[in-house]
Design a protein around this ligand. Structure first.
Ligand code: DX5
Ligand code: ZN
Length: 221
């Protein structure tokens, strides 16, 4: 399995000091920056767009930026985030009319591509596009808000996704998003995740480095 990556979700950061927050969390040991894009259409909340991604790059952020699109339609935002300096771009299959084309757009733009599965969405969308995937992201909460509780059924789904990825032999990351905490990250890793999004669990603590170190300890066991 790939090296584990800790991906703080900036949804729970202080938006009034976003540049500083991102620099701080990276200095605290985060590997990649999880960037939640919500449109008040596909999900019932509104967040940040490509201008903020560009602004982070201009602020000197060189770490990978993991753009999680919760928007419908997706293709125009894919183009904008390629331009804005995204590293990964993931989208929900239900939000794209042509999933294969959207994945190809991401790769053609030089970014890494991924599909995101809501808690009740079936994994079969993966099956015919495995060769176009760099990431599979399983939602362990219904998308739209930080601070929700991890849905336990996601553990079995992680095992299923891990089996599909391993059977493919392809270097596809398996990311988990929603309700990830120091006290459940170990069983989440055991179920097959290698990339861990955590928003409130990191940004709602005073010492980001200590929290990230505790998470790493849990998944190293
Ligand atoms: C929810 C977002 C998540 C969210 C996770 O729609 O995709 O990335 O910020 O927040 P926590 O870690 O607080 O559940
Ligand atoms: Zn997310």
């Amino acid at each position: 399995m790939a090296d584990p990556l800790i991906a703080p979700s900036i949804l729970s950061a202080d938006f009034a000091r976003l540049g500083e927050e991102v620099v701080n969390v990276l200095e605290a040991g985060a590997d990649i920056v999880h960037f939640d894009v919500m449109d008040n259409h596909y999900v019932p909340n509104l967040t940040i767009g490509p201008m903020v991604c560009s602004a982070l790059r201009k602020h000197g952020v060189t770490a990978p930026i993991d753009v999680h699109l919760m928007v419908k339609p997706v293709d125009a935002m894919i183009a904008s985030f390629i331009e804005a300096g995204a590293t990964y771009i993931t989208f929900h299959p239900e939000a794209s009319e042509h999933i294969d084309r959207s994945l190809q757009l991401i790769r053609d733009g030089g970014c890494k591509a991924g599909l995101v599965f809501n808690p009740a969405s079936p994994l079969h969308y993966m099956d015919y596009v495995m060769d176009k995937l760099d990431m599979v992201l399983l939602m362990s909460v219904n998308p739209g808000f930080g601070g929700q509780a991890f849905i336990p059924a996601t553990l079995n789904k992680l095992r299923e996704a891990r089996a599909k990825i391993d059977a493919s032999g392809l270097p596809i990351r398996l990311e988990i998003d929603g309700g990830v905490k120091v006290d459940n990250i170990r069983e989440i890793a055991a179920a097959g995740a290698d990339t861990f999004v955590a928003g409130s669990a990191i940004f709602n603590t005073d010492d980001y480095a200590a929290t990230i170190a505790k998470m790493r300890d849990q998944i190293a066991l």
